[in-house]
Design a protein around this ligand. Structure first.
Ligand SMILES: [Zn+2]
Length: 60
């Protein structure tokens, strides 16, 4: 079931970023999901399927 994700949502991932952060903001939607680390500001692009598997929970 596809996840209902919107721009500006903050998600908590299962895996910790090397900077120590867990929370990411959704900055791009499409076949790939763009997320930005809330701790260090680094951006990542993940295929939607991988993104959905990586998300632990939706923070807002
Ligand atoms: Zn980070």
């Amino acid at each position: 079931m596809p996840m209902d994700i919107r721009l500006g949502d903050v998600v908590r991932l299962r895996k910790q970023h090397p900077c120590g952060g867990y929370e990411w903001e959704v900055v791009r939607l499409g076949a790939d999901i763009g997320i930005k680390c809330q701790t260090c500001g680094r951006r990542l692009l993940l295929p939607r399927r991988k993104f959905e598997k990586s998300v632990k929970k939706l923070v807002r």
